[in-house]
Design a protein around this ligand. Structure first.
Ligand code: FES
Ligand code: FES
Length: 157
């Protein structure tokens, strides 16, 4: 066991755990963040994506030690039911899901994109979702939702 400090959804935090443990396990079991989903467990599906620094990473193959002193953001840190993030509002407005299992990972990939590119093209959005699998085939509606959220955020500036 090692004590690892990092910032989680904007708050300084510390956890005593095996430093090689997957970030996904720690976020779900220690912090109760159920928005981080387990899919493949091998970095292929994107269901477990969270933002570390400015990049969306697959938390199932990210060891806890690697986030020491870094900022980690999960879906819960983007917005709440009372104050949803523009991406969350847009996904609801566009009904951009079917089963919903992949969506938190997709939204985190989109949020990371919008941190780096505030006015992405459709090609940019599709490239950002390249590593997010959706077996329900909802990608077209997701792309529309992400572009709508980006436009809303541009208009708010
Ligand atoms: S569960 Fe992490 S990429 Fe699939
Ligand atoms: S909405 Fe079902 S897997 Fe994407």
């Amino acid at each position: 066991m090692t004590s690892i400090r990092f910032r989680l959804n904007g708050a300084a935090t510390e956890v005593d755990a095996d430093p090689d443990r997957a970030l996904l396990d720690v976020l779900r079991s220690h912090f109760g963040l159920a928005g981080v989903h387990f899919g493949c467990g091998s970095g292929e599906c994107g269901a477990c994506r969270v933002i570390v620094g400015d990049h969306a990473v697959t938390s199932c193959d990210t060891p806890l030690w690697s986030v020491a002193d870094k900022d980690v953001i999960t879906l819960e840190g983007l917005g709440s039911a009372e104050h949803p993030h523009p991406l969350q509002r847009a996904f609801i407005a566009e009904q951009a899901m079917q089963c919903g299992y992949c969506v938190s990972g997709v939204i985190m990939s989109a949020a990371a994109l919008l941190r780096q590119n505030r006015d992405p093209s459709e090609v940019d959005v599709r490239a950002a979702l390249d590593r997010n699998l959706c077996r329900c085939g909802s990608h077209n509606r997701m792309v529309r939702a992400i572009l709508a959220a980006a436009q809303e955020m541009v208009n708010q500036r």
